[in-house]
Design a protein around this ligand. Structure first.
Ligand SMILES: NC(=O)c1ccc[n+]([C@@H]2O[C@H](COP(=O)([O-])OP(=O)(O)OC[C@H]3O[C@@H](n4cnc5c(N)ncnc54)[C@H](O)[C@@H]3O)[C@@H](O)[C@H]2O)c1
Length: 267
C-alpha cells in the first residue's frame, strides 16, 4: 500500500524540469536530500544549464515526454545509469490553444497533458510494482478542477489529467505505487509571462512563485496526500463548483463578461 514519500537518498525524475515549476521542484528535492535528480526536458540546452546550476546530483536528459518510445528509452537509460526511479514527476506542459483552439492545439495538449502520463505509467508501473515501491506525480492544474476560460484545450486536457491521476491512485496503490496530482492556479513562470491583466487565470487570485509550489509538493509528498493545492482557496472553489454546477456556471459567465467588458478586445 502506498504512503508518504520520503525524499532523502532517492532517484527522482522531473519532466519539464528545465524551467518554472519543474526546475523549482528539482531544486527542492535536491535541498531535501535526493541522491539524484534528472532534469528531463525537450529543451536540451536549457536542461543542461539548469542541471549544471543545480549541482552535481542533478543530471540533464533531453527527451520529448509526448513520444512514447522516447519515454521508454529515457526510463531504461536513467535506471541503468542512476538506479531505480523512486519518483517520476510528469510535469511538462504547454499553454496551447486560445479560446476553442484548433485541431493541432488539441492534439498537442492531449499528447502532453494526458498521453505523456500514460507513457510514463506504461514504462514505469511494472518496474515499480516489481520493487513494491515508487511514486508518480502528475502536474495538472486548477484548470483541471475548475475551468480555464482562456483555453478549452488546456482546461479539458487538464481535467483529463486529474481523472487519469485518480484512476492511477486507485489502481496502483496495492502495488506500492503512490500517486499525487498537483493543481496550482497562477504561478509566475515563462508559461504565464505573457498573461495580461485580462487573463482569466487571474480570476483565481494572485500568482505565486515556483518555489511556493515546490514547498507544497514537498509537504504533500511527506504526508502521502493525493491532491496538492498550492493555492488553498482552490479547494473552496472546487467545493462550490460541485455543490451547484448551475450556480458555478452563472458565476463564471459573469466573470467572463467582466473580463470582456474590461476592454480586452474580445467580442
Ligand atoms: N504557470 C502556471 O500558472 C501553471 C498553473 C497550473 C499548472 N501549470 C502546469 O505546470 C507545469 C509546468 O508549467 P510551468 O509554468 O513551469 O511552464 P514552463 O513553460 O515554465 O516550463 C515547462 C517546461 O516543460 C518543457 N516541455 C514542454 N513540452 C515538453 C515535452 N513534450 N517534453 C519535455 N519537456 C517539455 C518546456 O521545455 C519547459 O522547460 C505544466 O504542466 C503546466 O501546465 C502551470
Amino acid at each position: 500500500m502506498a504512503g508518504p514519500f520520503s525524499v532523502p537518498g532517492t532517484t527522482i525524475v522531473v519532466t519539464g524540469g528545465a524551467r518554472g515549476i519543474g526546475r523549482a521542484m528539482a531544486e527542492r528535492f535536491l535541498q531535501d536530500g535526493a541522491a539524484c535528480v534528472v532534469v528531463a526536458d525537450r529543451d536540451a540546452e536549457e536542461a543542461r544549464s539548469a542541471a549544471s546550476a543545480l549541482g552535481e546530483r542533478a543530471h540533464p536528459m533531453a527527451f520529448d515526454a509526448a513520444d512514447e518510445a522516447a519515454v521508454a528509452d529515457t526510463v531504461a537509460r536513467i535506471e541503468e545509469e542512476h538506479g531505480p526511479i523512486d519518483l517520476w514527476c510528469s510535469n511538462a506542459g504547454v499553454a496551447s490553444g486560445a479560446d476553442l483552439g484548433g485541431d493541432a492545439e488539441w492534439d498537442l495538449s492531449w499528447r502532453i497533458h494526458v498521453l505523456a502520463h500514460v507513457y510514463a505509467v506504461r514504462a514505469l508501473a511494472g518496474r515499480m510494482a516489481e520493487r513494491g515501491r515508487g511514486h508518480l506525480l502528475v502536474t495538472s492544474s486548477a484548470a483541471g478542477l475548475l475551468t480555464n476560460l482562456d483555453s478549452a484545450p488546456y482546461s479539458a486536457t487538464k481535467h483529463a489529467a486529474v481523472a487519469l491521476a485518480e484512476w492511477m491512485a486507485i489502481r496502483y496503490a496495492d502495488d506500492g505505487i503512490g500517486v499525487s496530482c498537483l493543481c496550482p492556479q497562477g504561478v509566475n513562470t515563462d508559461m504565464t509571462a505573457g498573461d495580461g491583466p485580462d487573463s482569466a487565470t487571474r480570476l483565481g487570485g494572485d500568482y505565486i512563485e515556483p518555489e511556493d509550489v515546490a514547498e507544497s509538493v514537498a509537504v504533500a509528498l511527506s504526508e502521502g496526500r493525493f491532491l496538492i493545492l498550492p493555492h488553498p482557496e482552490a479547494a473552496a472553489y472546487e467545493l462550490r463548483r460541485v455543490e451547484d454546477r448551475d450556480r458555478w456556471i452563472g458565476g463564471m459567465r459573469r466573470a467572463w463578461a467582466k473580463l470582456r467588458n474590461a476592454g480586452t478586445g474580445r467580442s
